[in-house]
Design a protein. Structure first.
Length: 69
């Protein structure tokens, strides 16, 4: 479940990046708003996923932050 969630978030990021790159130089405000409205919930999902990862997988975070006990 955990790995599948991470892969799903990665896929959503990829789709969002595709949408952003397809906007072009002359995108309307509405088109930009639609992309932003998709980005904000995704940002929260990624933040929550990161928090869960810190809770259950403490060892990788300790090695990254060597000053942690």
């Amino acid at each position: 479940m955990y790995v599948a969630t991470g892969l799903d978030l990665k896929h959503q990021q990829y789709k969002l990046l595709e949408s952003l790159s397809s906007l072009g130089l002359h995108a309307t405000d509405r088109q930009r708003l639609m992309v932003i409205n998709r980005a904000n919930p995704l940002r929260m999902k990624i933040s929550n996923f990161y928090d869960v990862q810190k809770l259950y997988c403490k060892e990788p975070f300790r090695s990254v932050h060597s000053d942690c006990p």
